[in-house]
Ligand binder design. Structure first.
Ligand code: NDP
Length: 436
């Protein structure tokens, strides 16, 4: 707190993790050595740089960009790039910190990192986005590489932006190694990577429900967001027999009492990914209720999947969800629930709550599989990748059960489970490699 008094999101993430780890470390003195916790709270390296670029009218703009290389104890730094006006050091440090534990949970050899810029792609032409991405890469390229640091997408960085950055990386480095994941299929991408975070979140929710003798079949689900993670969470939840009744963006929520259909989901994907439109237009297109300026959490559902952004679900929202009978909350976004909201979920026996670092790890897991395919110059079929994704999510669930319930049988605290399981892997690797 003394070092980073003005980084609330970073402090929030650290507090959440340390509240699980502190009792564990006290009981397991092996992990009290070599200032492991202190080292894990300090990124290995932070790079901040200026990005100057010109818009279509020839006017020059200046944005700020960062890359946080948090930990490479178990493999190259790995984590997405975010383009959003809210991006700052605190948000990227929280994301890189979380990413370190999440990547360890996937069982694949990936360290933790994150990056991004306060550039806003909304309302920019494709050429403007390309010029910005190229300008950003003229600095970022010297800090990343297939065995050093492998970025990917995140909020505001989808296939288009990854393509532009990857193209410039190749040009500047004269090397086609896997330096970005989330690439298009024509230049080294993996099948199922776009679907992976949303599918994985639903696989995790299903695993929690099945462990508790229940399932998604016939349940009502609210989803927030309408971007990459939300779209595929909706698709997989529908496939598992659930009724999805909401989607949202930063302006408001669409409520569909009858539930999404395949046709509506395809229209949503087209609107968001191709036309870059708003949820208010989607509501209009299908004559659905649009709740301006509101998140979906006041709507009664069995399962809630927050898939938009950090701190989008507060204590009051959590109380409302619980009052309305929610039985499962699985985070597709990173840290969407505030600390107070998490406390509400954990205090209620009826709620199965999965923190993002466990439930949304499917995206980075398939990024790891993309790196493996790239290194072998091979492509795996969607069935193969999806089966591996399901296995990884099931293993993460089992690891959370092992570390999050005392006897491996009773009620599972998935927050403790995810934090401790992720920590043990990173900490063991740090201990083996000495103080560095
Ligand atoms: P997208 O940019 O594709 O979509 C983001 C969605 O969230 C949009 O609907 C956006 O609405 C909404 N949103 C963004 N900021 C806010 C805000 N301040 N308030 C309300 N809504 C907001 O991003 P992704 O779907 O990729 O990412 C969503 C979340 O999932 C993030 O937390 C990300 O870190 C996390 N995540 C993503 C992974 C991935 O593979 N993509 C992997 C693991 C986690 P609008 O259009 O109005 O901005």
């Amino acid at each position: 707190i003394k070092r980073d008094p003005n980084q609330p999101e970073f402090l929030q993430a650290v507090k959440e993790v340390l509240s699980s780890l502190w009792p564990f470390v006290q009981q397991n003195p092996r992990y009290a050595q070599q200032a492991l916790l202190e080292r894990l709270c300090e990124p290995e390296r932070v790079v901040q740089f200026r990005v100057s670029w010109q818009d279509d009218k020839g006017q020059t703009h200046v944005n700020r960009a960062f890359r946080i290389q948090h930990s490479n104890a178990i493999g190259p730094f790995k984590g997405g790039m975010r383009f959003h006006p809210s991006v700052n050091l605190s948000i990227l440090k929280f994301l890189a910190f979380e990413q370190t534990f999440k990547n360890a949970l996937t069982t694949l050899p990936m360290g933790g990192g994150k990056g991004g810029s306060d550039f806003d792609p909304k309302g920019k032409s494709d050429n403007e986005v390309m010029r910005f991405c190229q300008a950003l890469m003229t600095e970022l390229y010297r800090h990343i590489g297939p065995d050093t640091d492998v970025p990917a997408g995140d909020i505001g960085v989808g296939a288009r932006e990854v393509g532009f950055m990857n193209g410039m990386m190749k040009k500047l480095s004269n090397n086609t190694g896997t330096v970005f994941t989330g690439r298009g299929l024509t230049y080294g991408g993996s099948l199922i990577r776009p679907e992976a975070t949303g599918y994985g979140t639903v696989y995790f929710a299903q695993a929690m429900l099945q462990h508790a003798g229940n399932s998604m079949e016939g349940k009502t689900v609210s989803v927030s967001g309408s971007g990459n993670v939300a779209q595929y969470a909706i698709e997989k939840a529908m496939e598992f027999g659930a009724k999805v009744v909401t989607a949202s963006d930063s302006n408001g929520t669409v409520y569909d009492a009858n539930g999404f259909t395949k046709e509506k989901l395809l229209a949503l994907m087209d609107l968001k990914n191709e036309k870059r439109g708003r949820m208010s237009e989607f509501a209009q297109q299908f004559g659905l209720e649009y709740i301006d300026g509101k998140t979906p959490w006041h709507i009664p559902v069995d399962i809630a999947l927050p898939c938009a952004t950090q701190n989008e679900l507060n204590e009051d929202d959590a109380k409302t969800l619980v009052k309305n009978g929610v039985i499962c909350v699985a985070e597709g976004a990173n840290m969407p629930s505030t600390l107070e909201a998490v406390d509400v979920f954990l205090a209620n026996e009826q709620v199965l709550y999965a923190p993002g670092k466990a439930s949304n790890a499917g995206g980075v897991a398939v990024s790891g599989l993309e790196m493996a395919q790239g290194a072998q110059r091979l492509y795996w079929s969607s069935q193969e990748v999806d089966a591996k994704l399901l296995n990884i999510m099931t293993d993460i669930h089992s690891n959370c059960v092992a570390y999050g319930s005392k006897d491996g049988k009773g009620r599972v605290n998935y927050v403790n489970g995810a934090n401790i399981a992720g920590f043990v892997k990173v900490a063991d690797a740090m201990l083996a490699q000495g103080v560095c």
